[in-house]
Write a protein of this length. Structure first.
Lengths: 682, 311
């Protein structure tokens, strides 16, 4: 029995519930449709006529998508958003049901595999998987037929025919059942399922012969019952013609190899039938065999794959605006459900977590202090008098934006005269100096990180809803969890929501950092004894990026992704690397163009941006860093000494620009950095 | 005031973690404060950052039992701990081995053979256990089937106990056990009801307590002690050498100095009744065995409690 979300929804903490399963039958009320966005980004239509594998880690929203496609959720959505009524599915009139069916090209039934019964169908009884899945599917189909019946759309003759067809498919022993839907469901619940359950239970301690002796031969179900039943229904009833039956199978990763082969066979057999499989899985099986035939399913001929995280990851897709809008809509829906916050006048997520500009953040950090001039003054003292130093600083000073001051210092290091810098800055402020504009845009964020390093122990703040959305790294649940962490932290310190009273930045930041730490700890939970190795590898990569962020040479501002030749990663290192990818701690990124024409394309990977607060690095996708496959091997498999050596090697190579031309100034090479990489995105 | 405490907490990572942990405990288990105001007020008793840090460690280690936990423990005591102990009494003649027999016989045994007494005078914590005890077992045994008598009545007036077998004495916490031993010797065994009903067994039931207190009672009285929780050893005493509250010796020493100095202003036993050094509190009250810095409220506003004790 599914629980009511109202039992779990705490109105003061509207972001507390995150798992699709926890929404129960009220999921549709919180659902923000992803299908269109996914279609726009990936080019694949989930509701199209092709079998789909919807791939995504925990919290990416795949269960939400699949559940929302189920008939029950679609009907609830229809009642609320099309009919604008507040009644139950059973209360739909014939005409309303007809209108619903006319508006859809599919009927969806949802089944998930993370249940103990599927796990126990192995060994001697492995072959019962297919009939068991068939009968579970049939049960859902009959539930859908009961809904049609309740709206009087289905005649007694239809009912009898369909029930007879189903009963006809069941052999040994000949069932004695009334030929109506109630009779069929009763047969399933009182006869067929208990038989299966007894067999599953006994299989753990009895041989198959003993089971046969004690339980008799189980009812045999025609393997084609799914297709046959669908065919019978969809041809029998005019109003269902040309529609498809979506069988929405969730959590494929819990099935064993044989069971996955069965799914492969079903997908193959579904070709040219009205049944279309939509399968959700945490990761795509490397090979999807068609039963025991030796044949394998191939994309795009047999199915289409959608990696939901890739599709939603704004940086990957370049549709940042769409992703931000989606997340904000999801969060605002939660707010709309909270009378507590509504009564306080809070209806928009930005009221709770307003954004802060990096300029404002810099001003708040500096707070009238002069520490960021310290190193610069020391540098000037080598060659100038106090008075000259004061003069120079007067030209470079711009207290209303310390980031500009940092940039001016770098320009001075580069050899520009103080007068020229002041002139450029003034032009920039009028929107005229493109070179300065570009330098500012490209480096401002990393200069802020460096500004923080001038003011220890202050640390970069991760605040504002837009930053949270960045940190979610394409994983919807992360965004909700970040908001939850932030508001919970604020409540811990006595926060009372009100209009014009957002969550203070300090608590937003603590929330983001807590979340990052929890995610980091969570890495160890990866199954297969790989968790610790993956965590260590992520630490190595994060440490490298952090070091590069603080490099005064700033060859690539905000390094957060790396490129490598993936196919060259070998042995256990590959296993660890793949585990990091499968669990989205590393994320794939479309490869950038090689820096020179003789280079081949490499594979680009992004450290999950949720870790940014943990490593104190940028959450944007900037600054690629090359790491060779052998270096990756060392970072994963090496001993502490080898790892340290490899880290240093990578940092040394990437922290300074290579090439014959030496910078004129002794420290900073900012003008050398104007190579704009057009593939870079925020 | 709150701002000052907040800033101190926010200035230190360890303090932030401790404070988060306390607030999470409150949210999920204690369900007492809801907002941090009372915690800030309590922290404000302490003089500086170091003291506040040590106070946070203390607060994070307090064993607080909310009403649901108290009820749960009473249910556990009656249906598990006591049932196991009294198994032979319940089935003195015949036991078929059927589960329903246990339930039925046990209910009949409680109804016909047992008397329940809130241990101590009316102003003590024992009698306050009667209400949550009732609530806890209401779906197992009907209210009218549980026979309560007041402790003072047991001591002073004649009660017909001839057909009874067990007297339950209900309490919340066992510290040294000295008080129970004293009452046993000076009040119970001199009472007429005790003298004329020597066949009756006494079960001293409490939610939790120290192992040494349990041993003391069982050694010096004829009472069998049954606790809801496992008895606490010295690691649950705030400043013992094996303390799990302040595990670091130097930190423990410093904390003891601070809590003892403050405690001297608050109660005649600065580290809890008979130096028990407990850190236990219940929803209905806090035992005086716990550190007075946790529970004492000074009328002049010079000390604000975290889990106030009501005398």
């Amino acid at each position: 029995m599914e629980k009511d979300i109202k039992d779990r929804f705490d109105e003061t903490r509207p972001f507390d519930v995150v798992r699709a399963e926890d929404f129960g039958k009220d999921l549709w009320e919180f659902y923000e449709p992803l299908e269109e966005l996914i279609r726009n980004i990936s080019g694949v239509d989930i509701t199209g006529s092709r079998p789909i594998f919807l791939i995504g880690g925990r919290g990416t929203g795949k269960t939400m998508v699949l559940k929302f496609l189920s008939l029950e959720m679609q009907l609830k959505d229809f009642i609320k958003n099309i009919l604008h009524q507040n009644k139950s599915i059973e209360e739909l009139s014939t005409e309303e049901m007809r209108a619903f069916l006319n508006s859809k090209n599919f009927i969806g039934i949802y089944l998930r595999f993370r249940t103990t019964e599927y796990d126990s169908i192995k060994g001697d009884i492995a072959r019962l998987f297919n009939p068991y899945l068939s009968i579970k599917t049939a049960e859902q189909i009959f539930k859908f037929l009961m809904i049609l019946k309740s709206s009087m759309l289905l005649s007694d003759e239809h009912e009898a025919k369909i029930a007879e067809y189903f009963i006809g498919q069941i052999k040994e022993p000949e069932p004695r059942v009334k030929n109506n839907f109630d009779g069929v469901l009763k047969l399933m619940r009182e006869n067929i399922f208990p038989q299966f359950e007894t067999i599953f239970e006994k299989s753990s301690y009895c041989s198959i012969d003993e089971i046969k002796k004690d339980c008799g031969i189980p009812i045999i179900i025609s393997k084609n019952i799914i297709f046959g039943l669908a065919d019978c229904i969809f041809t029998e009833m005019d109003f269902l013609r040309k529609k498809s039956l979506f069988i929405l199978l969730d959590e494929l990763e819990y099935l064993n190899d044989y069971q996955k082969q069965c799914i492969g066979q079903l997908i193959k057999d579904s070709d040219e039938t009205s049944v279309i499989f939509k399968v959700g899985s945490r990761y795509m099986p490397e090979v999807l065999s068609v039963g025991e035939s030796g044949e394998v399913l191939q994309e795009p001929h047999d199915f289409r794959k959608i990696d939901i995280t890739d599709a939603l990851n704004a940086a990957h897709s370049g549709r940042k605006g769409d992703y931000c809008k989606l997340i904000k809509n999801i969060l605002n829906k939660r707010l709309a459900k909270s009378n507590y916050l509504k009564d306080k006048g809070i209806t928009d997520i930005q009221q709770l977590f307003p954004n802060i500009t990096i300029e404002k953040e810099a001003v708040e950090l500096v707070n009238g202090r002069e520490k960021h001039w310290g190193k610069f003054k020391t540098f000037l003292k080598k060659s100038g008098s106090e008075k000259e130093i004061d003069n120079i600083i007067d030209y470079l000073r711009y207290p209303s934006n310390p980031i500009i001051e940092k940039l001016n210092m770098l320009l001075y290091y580069r050899g520009e005269s103080p007068q020229k810098i002041k002139e450029m800055r003034e032009e920039y402020l009028c929107g005229k100096n493109e070179q300065y504009v570009h330098l500012y845009q490209k480096n401002a964020f990393n200069l802020l990180f460096q500004l923080y390093s001038d003011y220890p122990p202050s640390k970069k703040k991760y605040v504002g809803i837009d930053v949270f959305i960045h940190l979610s790294s394409g994983i919807i649940r992360y965004a909700v969890e970040l908001c939850n962490q932030a508001i919970n932290t604020a409540y811990n310190y006595g926060y009372e929501p009100a209009v014009e009273k957002p969550v203070e930045f300090v608590y937003q930041d603590m929330g983001a950092k807590n979340h990052a730490e929890l995610q980091f700890k969570d890495i160890t939970r990866i199954p297969g004894n790989l968790g610790l190795d993956v965590q260590n590898f992520i630490t190595e990569i994060g440490t490298i990026f952090r070091e590069l962020h603080l490099s005064p040479h700033l060859v690539e501002p905000e390094p957060t992704h790396f490129e490598t030749y993936y196919s060259e990663i070998k042995d256990k290192a590959k296993q660890v690397f793949d585990a990091a990818l499968n669990h989205y701690y590393l994320q794939k990124k479309p490869p950038m163009e090689p820096k020179s024409s003789y280079e081949t394309k490499k594979n680009d990977f992004l450290i999950n941006r949720g870790f940014a607060p943990y490593f104190e690095i940028s959450y944007k996708v900037r600054g690629r860093t090359y790491i060779s496959a052998s270096q990756i091997y060392n970072l994963i498999m090496g001993n502490d000494e080898e790892k340290k050596k490899t880290r240093k090697e990578i940092i040394k190579k990437n922290a300074k620009k290579e090439g014959p031309e030496k910078p004129k100034a002794s420290q900073i090479t900012l003008f050398d950095l104007i190579e704009v990489n057009k593939n870079e995105t925020d | 005031m709150n701002h000052h405490i907040k800033n101190i907490i926010l200035s230190n990572e360890r303090m932030k973690d401790l404070f988060s942990s306390i607030m999470e405990k409150d949210r999920h288990y204690w369900k007492k404060f809801g907002t941090p105001d009372d915690i800030f007020k309590w922290l404000n008793n302490f003089l500086n950052k170091n003291e506040i840090y040590l106070a946070l460690v203390l607060a994070d280690n307090i064993l607080y039992y909310n009403i649901n936990e108290v009820r749960y423990l009473w249910r556990l005591i009656l249906t598990n701990r006591v049932k196991r102990y009294l198994f032979d009494d319940i089935f003195e003649e015949d036991y078929s081995g059927k589960a329903e027999d246990i339930t039925n016989q046990f209910t009949a045994f409680i109804k016909n053979k047992c008397i329940f007494i809130g241990f101590g005078e009316i102003y003590k914590s024992g009698p306050h256990m009667i209400y949550p005890f009732h609530q806890a077992v209401s779906n197992i045994i009907k209210k009218e089937d549980i026979h309560f008598i007041e402790y003072s009545n047991f001591l002073s007036s004649k009660v017909d106990l001839s057909d009874k077998k067990v007297i339950f004495l209900l309490d919340d916490f066992i510290g040294t056990g000295n008080q129970a031993v004293k009452q046993w010797k000076e009040e119970i065994i001199v009472s007429e009801n005790y003298k004329s009903n020597q066949h009756i067994r006494f079960l001293y039931t409490a939610l939790t307590g120290f192992l040494s207190g349990v041993e003391n009672i069982e050694k010096h009285t004829d009472m069998k002690v049954i606790l809801g929780e496992s008895p606490m050893d010295d690691s649950f005493r705030c400043f013992s050498d094996s303390s799990l509250i302040y595990e670091d010796a130097a930190e423990r020493e410093k904390a003891k100095e601070i809590m003892e100095t403050a405690g001297k202003m608050l109660y005649e036993y600065p580290l809890g009744y008979e130096n028990d050094q407990a850190v236990v509190a219940f929803c209905h009250n806090t035992p005086n065995n716990s550190l007075p810095v946790i529970w004492k409220k000074m009328g002049d506003g010079s000390w604000y409690p975290l889990f106030e004790r009501f005398e």
